[in-house]
Design a protein. Structure first.
Length: 525
């Protein structure tokens, strides 16, 4: 049992982090979670067990706890809406959790190199955590979900988000966790009292510094825009049924008429609001444009947009995009760039298609749009369009916001059912507003439909799983936050510098190659 304790404790620590995210919002749980991981690493180092793979194993178990608890909604998507059996759903969810845990743990293969003294560990642990979150952004197309910083959108550390993004908030949180673990493990030596005291003071000051940064207005307000959002609450199991198509269209038309009477400037429908291809409903498309012209109210709607590609060689082929279209004074179309694996396309399609029902979802034939696309123009304002999954990519959103005044994200979170997934998704959207200093408008099918201010706070929202309309006001914001201008490279450079400094601080190793933190522990007694 003693041999299993580190692994079980690490998994429990990982599951604790889930409590820091929506809907629980217990931010101390995230700090405690990382502090436990750091403490377990120090404990293994003192016992001479933190070799090349031990850091990876602890982080892997931590990841299992994190993704099994925080990503439990994946099972709902696979079984309830993917047509899979319970056994297959558990198998696929388990594989999903294990892969993500392995990606999280990869940088911690290096942790054993940085346990020579307290300062080295205090620098290396948060740097490796940042690299872990960065890897999860792009490896295997990326899954940047459950980042530590999301649990701190309402704490003093949130002030760092416009400067260092959610990655930097997570870095500072991990730095605090490392300091706590060093204190708990008795690794802060009286012999090096001044140095270690300086470390603790520096770590502690990051929190009030964030509170001061939160008072800075990085962007400048302009014109106010009245917006109206339609939440039709279409059950996912009925969304693509031909016999339910008329009811779907009717719900959006009724919501639009009600918003038109309130004289809003822009009306927004969610992702793939209409359950048909653009080319299948030319009369409806014309009616939407005609209504926008007559009322003077622009409409932005999610739509499946199809077009014929005619290559120089080979036969023409039909491409289908998950898109956002503007009907009104400046008709435009944006095609989603970052697609969801299996939900919108099937990796290794020739091998996997038709093997199980989950690989034949009704929207798994989408093609990505071009990387370079302009913002959408509606009501004289530039809107950065981000469809569903795209909102979870900090750099993508920051880049899109550069030529836009408002963030717009449309989604259909009915795939997640009544799980915690939609609430986590909403929280990530709030962080994007904070990182870019922009208002964010979020229109969804079943919720959460909401308006978020540049501080990342929800100003208006509709209840989940209820049909309704939401009205509110947003302000066009100009200017850029430091993160928008500089991107991720300064944060990655900071992590690299921290690792380099940690390596330089390493003392000479014993012949066994094990860490010598145990010698510092002796100094404290």
């Amino acid at each position: 049992m003693r041999k299993l304790f580190p692994a079980l404790a690490a998994a429990i620590a990982g599951s604790l982090m889930t409590l820091s995210f929506a809907p629980f919002d217990l931010w101390p749980a995230g700090l405690l979670s990382l502090a436990l991981l750091a403490w377990l690493s120090l404990r293994a180092a003192s016992a001479g067990r933190l070799g090349k793979r031990a850091g990876f194993k602890l982080a892997f178990c931590f990841g299992l706890g994190l993704f099994a608890s925080g990503g439990s909604w994946v099972y709902v998507s696979i079984t309830d809406f993917g047509g899979s059996s319970m056994a297959l759903g558990l198998l696929l969810t388990g594989a999903f959790v294990a892969i993500l845990a392995a990606v999280l743990a990869l940088p911690f293969l290096l942790l054993g190199r940085f346990t020579g003294n307290a300062l080295s560990f205090a620098l290396a642990f948060p740097a490796l955590w940042l690299l872990s979150e960065w890897l999860r952004t792009w490896l295997f197309t990326g899954f940047p979900w459950l980042f530590a910083g999301y649990g701190h959108i309402d704490t003093w550390l949130a002030g760092w988000a416009p400067v260092l993004s959610v990655y930097g908030v997570g870095l500072l949180l991990a730095l605090s966790a490392a300091a706590i673990a060093l204190l708990a493990a008795g690794k802060l030596s009286p012999r090096r009292q001044r140095t270690h005291l300086a470390l603790l003071i520096a770590v502690a000051l990051t929190w009030p510094a964030g509170a001061l940064l939160s008072q800075v207005s990085w962007t400048t307000p302009g014109e106010d825009i009245a917006v109206g959002l339609v939440q039709a609450n279409i059950p996912q199991e009925k969304k693509w049924l031909p016999e339910f198509r008329g009811e779907t269209i009717s719900r959006y038309q009724e919501g639009t008429r009600a918003l038109t009477a309130q004289k809003v400037d822009v009306i927004i429908w969610p992702e793939a609001a209409l359950p048909l291809l653009h080319s299948q409903a030319p009369n409806l498309m014309q009616a939407l444009q005609r209504n926008a012209d007559q009322t003077g109210i622009d409409l932005i709607s999610g739509i499946l947009y199809d077009r014929i590609e005619r290559p120089e060689t080979g036969a023409p082929r039909r491409l289908i995009h998950n898109s956002a279209a503007v009907f009104g004074s400046s008709p435009q179309v944006y095609h989603k760039r970052h697609l969801v694996p299996f939900g919108e396309y099937v990796p290794l399609e020739d091998w996997l298609r038709d093997t199980i029902e989950f690989f034949n979802l009704p929207t798994s034939f989408i093609r990505p749009g071009p990387d370079e696309q302009q913002s959408l123009q509606a009501a004289g304002t530039g809107w950065a369009p981000l469809i569903c999954y795209e909102i979870v990519y900090p750099a993508l959103v920051a880049d899109s916001a550069l030529d836009s005044e408002v963030l717009l994200t449309i989604s259909n979170d009915a795939w997640f059912g009544a799980s915690i997934g939609p609430l986590q998704h909403m929280q990530m959207a709030q962080m994007r507003a904070l990182e870019t200093g922009r208002f964010l408008v979020r229109a969804t099918n079943t919720g959460i439909t909401a308006i978020v201010d540049p501080r990342g706070q929800i100003t208006a929202r509709l209840p989940q799983f209820e049909r309704g309309i939401l009205t509110g006001s947003v302000t066009a914001m100009s200017g850029s936050t430091p993160f928008m201008l500089l991107g991720l490279w300064p944060i990655l450079a900071l992590a690299t510098a921290m690792l380099a400094a940690a390596l330089m601080l390493q003392p000479a190793r014993r012949a066994t190659g094990e860490a010598v933190l145990a010698s510092e522990a002796a100094d404290s007694h």
